[in-house]
Write a protein that binds this ligand. Structure first.
Ligand code: A2P
Ligand code: 11C
Length: 355
């Protein structure tokens, strides 16, 4: 089998990375279709040495498509994902539109690839900040049990999309040139009322505010963790913060294990052997993960592993990964590769009728 793949949001920050990764993927490709809004029609995309045109997304775009990779925002997924499935495509959705639906697997292949078997056409790719945390913590959970996670994030502007990158870059240039700074219109969150500069600043808001004083990004980390780890008892609290970094999300994570007195060395060895993780942890040589050194790499980098000095069950870690790669494009294409390997690139004929 060779697949026809559609990239929905091909001109976006994540879509562009999907295209780069597809070029080198082991997936057998028959054809790739590049879809975006009407604004982008006719834009050129070079892929495997040839030039392709961006096409406008319409329901008919999915005729003949086997796998559709969606990364054009939740509203587009809500409008077109089921349409794509009805036309025979398996959808891998990188938005938050379907993640918590009970019949939609939410998958990080290193952690819960087996959940793919139950798919009914749509598979959700978790939020970037959740994915990197799951890759690093699941091996620890399997070995020692996880009671609680308390995470604070330092998230890059590219997570907010191409327009947000542009806004922050313009601000930084204006500030350095002592020129007037254009009024911010996007960050911290395009759909919210107030906007603040991110250049030379830190904003403790990602996405809109929701229940109990937490933002939606924080709720995503809390809810998605429980679903991916298939554990509703695990205690999770998140504080999500935007920093003026271009690419690479960082996380300061405190975990409470179910076993006391686990050594730093044991955790280092566990993570060194874990799939998708690279340990960068040597304080004597000032070795620890950094967003700049994570860019364009598929791994999740872990360092600063140390015991809590007051809590025998407590461990601290510093987790960094490229939010556009493992946090989005690579995890989506890994899901596609898993579906291919497990012979799950198909939508059952019965699907539309019996749910
Ligand atoms: P376009 O460039 O034509 O607006 P990002 O996450 O970097 O902001 O990118 C969003 C992606 O979603 C872009 O590829 C964008 O295409 C695409 N997109 C936005 N609105 C639509 C729409 N109405 N139909 C199809 N694609 C859309
Ligand atoms: C950010 N995590 O860094 C967000 C972007 O639910 O897929 C991804 C939002 C999502 O701004």
């Amino acid at each position: 089998t060779e697949y026809v793949i559609a990239v929905v949001g091909a001109t976006g920050a994540v879509g562009k990375k999907m295209i780069e990764i597809l070029e080198n993927s082991s997936l057998p490709l028959k054809k790739v279709v590049f879809l975006a809004s009407k604004r982008s029609v006719g834009k050129q995309i070079s892929f495997q040495g040839q030039i392709y045109q961006v096409e406008e997304l319409t329901p008919e775009s999915f005729n003949g498509v086997d796998i559709a990779l969606f990364s054009a925002g939740g509203a587009i997924s809500e409008r077109y994902a089921q349409e794509a499935v009805n036309r025979g495509a398996v959808v891998i959705d990188n938005t938050s539109a379907f993640r918590m639906h009970s019949d939609v697997p939410l998958v990080v292949p290193e952690v819960n690839e087996a959940a793919l078997a139950a798919h009914r056409g749509i598979i959700a790719n978790p939020n970037c900040s959740t994915i990197q945390m799951m890759v690093a913590l699941d091996p620890i959970r399997q070995a020692y049990g996880l009671e609680r996670i308390i995470v604070s994030t330092y998230q890059a502007v590219s997570g907010a999309g191409a327009e947000a990158i542009e806004e922050m870059t313009t601000q930084a240039q204006a500030m350095l040139n002592h020129e007037p700074v254009p009024t911010p219109e996007i960050l911290p969150c395009g759909s919210d009322k107030r906007h603040y500069p991110l250049a030379f600043n830190v904003l403790a808001q990602i996405d809109e505010f929701s229940e109990a004083g937490y933002t939606l990004e924080e709720w995503k980390m809390m809810n998605e963790t429980k679903k991916i780890m298939a554990d509703n008892q695990i205690k999770v609290a998140a504080t999500c913060v935007r920093v003026p970094v271009m690419t690479g999300h960082s996380e300061s994570v405190f975990i409470q294990l179910k076993h006391a007195d686990v050594s730093v060395k044991a955790i280092q060895e566990l993570l060194t052997a874990a799939p998708g993780v690279t340990v960068q942890d040597d304080p004597s040589q000032q070795i620890y993960p950094q967003p700049l050194t994570s860019v364009d790499l598929p791994d999740v980098f872990v360092g600063r592993i140390r015991k809590d000095l007051d809590d025998a069950y407590g461990i601290h870690l510093w987790i960094v990964s490229d939010n556009l790669i493992k946090g989005a494009a690579w995890n989506s294409i890994q899901i596609a590769e898993s579906l291919h390997r497990l012979d799950l690139v198909r939508v059952s004929d019965k699907l539309g009728g019996d749910n």
